[in-house]
Design a protein around this ligand. Structure first.
Ligand code: SF4
Length: 311
């Protein structure tokens, strides 16, 4: 039995029976020590300086920083970032996520303008906007999403991708975001059905699927996108079942990446998938009909999102 660390003093359930800690080749991968393919050289130079300063100057949040993303140095050097709106405090206690949780801040009315300003000064042609989950707000922050998308489009003409919370699956809130006509609507399943309660308590697999289904129903021209973190104890069959569920609702884009533990207080990874296994899953996903797939240890929802959206 794996012993998992405690998050915010609330016990986290151990992985359910059947958690898969072996690679498809049958070779066990020790989860505690980072394998070679997950080690990256420490970046030299000040490539991130411009992006970091701009984010600070405009008082914006990014999931790059709040989520302790391993790609931050690369992305910020490329002058790209994923804006996190609606504050820096989340109302849901997901065991994988590094974002602060607790009582959120009031909405900043000028945030859409600041996101638009940052997008313009970074020269972004594709802007990704995500948020914390705001279960405390009557509309879950949907109208603020809408305002941010409109502000960025008006200022930059960029294509826009939203990476939203589930809005409890409420169609009227999804419709509010869609009023701004984002080109890509991303909502992550994060993990397979069996591990949902373990990985993202208070969220439900069926509700997340319904979000993506509603987007296609309300706005068939909008590209839908979803992603999974792997290495949390899922089996390959479960991953393929999840991908089939996504294809059954016509999900267009897929990201598959390795779950990395942001701190010892978060869920421990069960295993590290080798790059070849990501390649194979990516190949299978394409065969299943996804238009675009990014699959690799360092892939995140917004990693090279501009390239995926262009295709
Ligand atoms: S992958 Fe996404 S979240 Fe990570 S640094 Fe790049 S833009 Fe930010």
């Amino acid at each position: 039995m794996l012993t998992l660390p405690v998050l915010d003093e609330r016990p986290i359930d151990p992985p359910p029976p059947g958690a898969n800690s072996e690679s498809t080749s049958g070779v066990a991968v020790k989860p505690r020590r980072l394998p070679e393919w997950l080690k990256r050289p420490i970046p030299s130079g000040g490539g991130t300086y411009f992006t970091k300063n701009l984010i600070g100057e405009l008082g914006l949040e990014t999931i790059c920083e709040s989520g302790k993303c391993p790609n931050r140095s690369e992305c910020w050097t490329r002058r790209t970032a994923t804006f996190m709106i609606l504050g820096e405090t989340c109302t849901r206690p997901c065991g994988f996520c590094a974002v602060k949780r607790g009582r959120p801040e009031p909405i900043a009315a000028d945030e859409p303008d600041r996101v638009a300003e940052a997008s313009a000064r970074l020269g972004l042609r594709h802007v990704v906007i995500t948020s914390v989950t705001r279960d405390d707000l009557p509309d879950g922050g949907a109208d603020h999403f809408r305002r941010c998308v409109l502000a960025v489009r008006e200022r930059t003409g960029a294509t826009i991708e939203v990476l939203t919370p589930d809005f409890d699956g409420r169609p009227e809130l999804i419709a509010t975001v869609l009023e701004a006509r984002p080109e890509v609507f991303n909502h992550n399943l994060e993990t397979v059905a069996r591990l949902q309660q373990h990985v993202r308590r208070k969220s439900q697999y069926a509700v997340s699927l319904a979000v993506l289904e509603q987007v296609k129903r309300l706005s068939p021209e909008t590209r839908t996108k979803s992603g999974l973190m792997l290495g949390l104890g899922e089996t390959t069959d479960e991953v393929l079942e999840t991908l089939a569920d996504l294809r059954s609702i016509d999900c267009d884009f897929l990201t598959l990446g390795q779950y990395l533990q942001p701190s010892p207080r978060h869920l421990a990874p069960v295993r590290y998938l080798p790059p070849e296994e990501f390649d194979e899953l990516g190949r299978l996903a394409r065969l299943m009909g996804f238009h675009e797939v990014a699959s690799g240890p360092f892939v995140r929802s917004s990693y090279h999102a501009d390239e995926m959206a262009r295709k």
